[in-house]
Design a protein around this ligand. Structure first.
Ligand SMILES: *Cc1c(COP(=O)(O)O)cnc(C)c1O
Length: 230
């Protein structure tokens, strides 16, 4: 993979896409943070992206995050974001990585994170994941549950709520995802939240146009993912 796919070049292209999208939207490119989604890719690929200036990485599986964080702990300013579905019994696995949890979708999960964080005198930054497309197979709370969940998470010690996250439906025509991104932004505004993690390789332009502050980019940086082991 590293032979045929140059990560530094790929990152330049992604940054250019973000810059152009920001120009069109009249936004400052510095207002959009890139998260390199490294699930399924080896440690060497993460090091290559780090060398090319990337500092924030997203992982979907607790065990994979734990192993990579341990192997890459020499990169002291590398930051991890957990973007997969988190089972409560796996929270302890990601503590060592000091990862954010971008996929809180229930009070029970938020409470469990809070308990562990408080015990360990940590503060965990979280996002609430919203299933804006109402897709049965996707995680995330329903849009109408957001106000309640926001209130509950804000009241918990050891967790700091930074915003909302969504995985929009994958539509052939990326332009068609805009209403879903707009819906997430409206929910964030209504709840006084500024962080918006939305937009992936296929639809980052639309997400920027709708106000994304974090983009989760896998394929456009690392190339196609090797087949999942699970
Ligand atoms: C895999 C993944 C991404 C990255 O998707 P690409 O299409 O490869 O950019 C972003 N967000 C989540 C939640 C993912 O699971």
């Amino acid at each position: 993979m590293a032979m045929t796919h140059d990560i530094a070049d790929a990152m330049d292209s992604v940054r250019e896409r973000v810059r152009r999208a920001c120009d069109r939207a009249g936004r400052d490119a510095a207002s959009v943070q890139l998260i390199a989604v490294s699930k399924g890719h080896p440690e060497a690929a993460i090091r290559a992206a780090y060398e090319a200036g990337m500092r924030v990485f997203g992982e979907n599986y607790a065990q994979e995050l734990a192993s990579k964080a341990s192997a890459l702990r020499d990169l002291t300013d590398l930051r991890w974001r957990f973007i997969g579905h988190l089972q409560r019994n796996k929270i302890k696995l990601i503590e060592g990585a000091r990862a954010t949890v971008d996929t809180v979708d229930s009070v029970r999960l938020a409470q469990a994170i809070s308990v562990r964080a408080t015990e360990r005198a940590m503060d965990v930054e979280v996002l609430i994941q919203v299933n804006v497309g109402g897709e049965a197979q996707k995680s995330g709370c329903a849009p109408d549950e957001v106000p309640q969940l926001v209130e509950a998470v804000r009241a918990l010690p050891g967790v700091t709520l930074r915003g909302l996250m969504t995985v929009a439906p994958h539509l052939e025509d990326a332009e068609a995802t805009r209403p879903f991104f707009a819906a997430l932004r409206t929910l964030a505004d209504a709840n006084g939240l500024s962080g918006l993690s939305m937009g992936m390789t296929h639809d980052l332009e639309q997400a920027v146009a709708e106000g994304a502050t974090m983009l989760r980019i896998g394929t456009a940086i690392f190339g196609p993912r090797p087949p999942a082991k699970r």
